[in-house]
Design a protein around this ligand. Sequence first.
Ligand code: UGA
Length: 471
Amino acid sequence: MSRGISIAVVGSGYVGLVATACFAEIGHRVICVDNDEAKLKTLAEGGVPIHEDYLPELLDRHRGHSVEFTSDLKAATQAAQAIFIAVGTPQSRTGNADLSYVDAVASEIARSIDEYKVIVEKSTVPVYTNEWIRRVIERNGVPRELFDIASNPEFLREGTAVVDFLHADRVVLGADTERAGDLLKRIYTPLTSGAYYRSANMVPGPRGEEDPPPVLLTSTKAAEIIKHASNAFLATKISFINVVANICEEAGADVEQVARGIGMDSRIGPKFLRAGVGYGGSCFPKDVAAFRHVAEQMGIDFTLLKEVAKINDEQKRRFFQKVRSALWTLRGKKIGVLGLAFKGGTDDIRESPALDIVRQMLHEGSIVSAYDPAATERAREVIPSGPQLRYVDDPYAAAQDAEALVILNEWQEFAELDLKRLHYTLRYPIIIDGRNLYDPAVMLEHGFTYLSVGRPGLSHTRDAAVGQRLP
Ligand code: UGA
């Protein structure tokens, strides 16, 4: 492995914390900076504030040796050769990204620069942000030869972020000077040379010594656009398949077969063609809006992205309508809910379609028992339990005496339920599955009325599923 490089990571959210742990894992010395003292204390004492596979193990492995947590951005900047900015870029009211955190951090970095530094954007930012950061730093009196701005977007998915980092599809390095590009390349050499995959206790994943991640060197602006365009494209793929699913539903075809058929075309690919209740999370909704805003500011019509977001909203509404149709009216109905996070494998509830749907159920007077393996505590903070809503500890408790069970995200646990037990636990054997986790024929065999997305509804009584056209 190459000799370790001193790195500062500013921000200890999903991106910052995963980058901190993974940079240390590939041999660098990392100082992670945050201004939230309570969070820093948790991290320094061995706690991990987010649910992410392998993250606790990696932080345990490197904490105190090559990972340090601090609120002192000045000291971290002075100690580091490269400073990665990984602070939040939330959506502002107008749809564009709010870059005030990036701005504040850039000013503070500028006041601390005493020798050459590469300042790397890791947060998702609109194109031209690198130029703004450069201006901020110059305005603070730092001579041009003492710094470069670069962009190193991340493509991590929550839940599998550590594996996505260490076994990346690609490493995109956007830099406009050779010096900055070289430092970034050296930081990633343990991965891109394959050296990391020789270490005995590497985090397992798809990459290996013979098949390391490729590097793409680009301009800083191209790297910024690659990030926004990737997320916007993936969101488009999901909205596309969701509309196709609705066509399948009306036509009596199975969207799973259709998606397989489309995805077998290597130009299209099989991934991100899972129909469901719509996309959510802290990235897609925000980045679709922000990328559209970037285009708008340039006078470029990107209405396509407006439609992508509209279809996504409509998908949630349509699914809710399916629940309502299956139960006729919702007032006073007991409904079991599986899934609160925006997808399986995470405790993140930001922009979760599941929470939107639960809110609508409550609004229409249903009595909900909800379960999620990791997101319950977070959900409770935004929708407190009460006479209409109970958070429970296992899927069968959610199903107990319920008049229907609604599946809203795709935890593996939800795809492996004991169907016999589920059948006698529910008051009525109705399952409305927003993630297509089960084979409709198997559900029918087990005596369920089973409604899913983009597939013909199947009812053991042939009358319960009035919301769907039965074949
Ligand atoms: C997404 C991207 O996949 C990452 O590459 C990117 O780095 C990240 O955003 C980011 O910008 O930080 P993430 O938000 O963690 O990652 O989640 P995904 O796994 O991409 O799922 C996003 C949403 O789309 C979820 O609600 C998921 O349930 C939904 N989805 C995904 C579908 O409905 N169908 C699919 O086929 C795939």
